[in-house]
Design a protein around this ligand. Sequence first.
Ligand code: SF4
Length: 508
Amino acid sequence: MGEAREECGIAAVSAPEKENAAYYLYKLLLQQQNRGQLSAGITSFNSKRKMLLNTWRNIGLVNEVFKSHNEKFFSGLMEKFSGEKGIGHVRYATFGGNEKAYAQPFERKHGRKWKWFSFGFNGNITNLPELKKRLEEHNYNFILGNDTELIMHYLARGCRGDSKPKAVDVFSGLHPELDGAYSISFVNAEGETVLARDPFGFKPLVFGEKDGLIAAASESAALESIGIEKFEPVRPGGLVEIGNGIEKKFFCKSSRKAHCMFEWVYFANIASEIEGVGIYSARYALGKELAKIETEKMGSEHVVVPVPDTAKPAADALAFSLGVPSKEGIIRNRFVGRTFIQGSKRSDRVKEKYAVNKTITKGKKLMVVEDSIVRGTTTKGLVNFLKETGKAKEVHVRVSCPPIRFPCFYGIDMSAFSELIAAHEKTADLKTVETKLSEKENEKIRNSIGADSLAYQSIEGLVKGIGLPENDLCMACINGKYPTPVGEKLKQSAWENYNKGEAKRAYE
Ligand code: SF4
């Protein structure tokens, strides 16, 4: 799909004696590149170094930031940032600029060791403007004005005073104030390393241990890449302290879980698992659910074509269930890189990102499987490409996620109704907006993307495919039920903006 982007990925490491946490952090970030391609960085803690905490961060992909192609530079960097512990971060911006200043980890220096800390954050704080105003009234200064800086002020506030607070007290100060999604990795200049996850558990965060190596990451596949095969999620509202061992606590109560369904549908690394559910198996199950609602009568001309890479398991499952082949009619250009990702216009991206494999598509009736459709520009471009260049006879689009009818305020890059091809018509009362598309609406989208037919997953199929209880998932972008109070308020104001014809996003 490539139309919506995750905000970030985080990591933390406590290395065994004589090993370098910085190197493990680099490896963890490499495996989480899917979560953010704009910047990367690490902070290491070294008790023998004057600079107890030291941060390296910059704009670029992980390998660009660490210049791993330059062996001398890379080993020098690893030496300079060697440490016992540390945290790491990859970022995609849904808020804030593209400059280095916004790259994380965010370090806050202080003369007192326990007040000197660094942290990385994945998520989005929905009540940022209100909290920022409140802090400014108390003489706090904002340079960047983003939610990372806001969290920094709250953490700093939790550390004030003459006696060192417990980590759980520092983090419990966040909860009553912040509304939204936040998974945090934190280290201070005493080497205390902490992981925290908001009470809803929107964003994934897992941790594990092997032979004295303790690590945490947004993606479980990242932990496996450094040999940690046994891991568990940080519980919603939970805090994990990594000292000589691991201590699990709660910094706030969790009244319900709301894991982002989009992680299984699109964002997460296909080799990861979240809350015990493998991403691959969930995507495969979504394909099986799609097959149950298929109405097109299959014949010898039909071929299932996945939109690579995320839709492949769903396409394979659909093809298997329908008894037709699944073939690579669309090839992804793996070497396009960040310039494309951040740069060119959305409408131009399709031909930069994909090639059409005419030997598969020519004269065929294609069942093209997409993981999701947000703006529709990518799907439209692909359908056109398959017809014009690929000489396909027919292109039928199947989507393994239900229609995205509502914006996301929790850190996914789609925070205005006007960005969504499946948003309800402007004049409707928000309360009456159906989650299901009417036949007329489906037809309008089909027409707009130029497909011969269009079918979306049902909400029931999505829940069944993921396999977790419906109430444990956030599905606000498909059902309009926001798990947090400020999410509900933003929905209303985003709807008003949309009806006024303002393309304003929630954070503008
Ligand atoms: S609104 Fe949608 S994309 Fe955003 S957190 Fe909820 S499920 Fe995920």
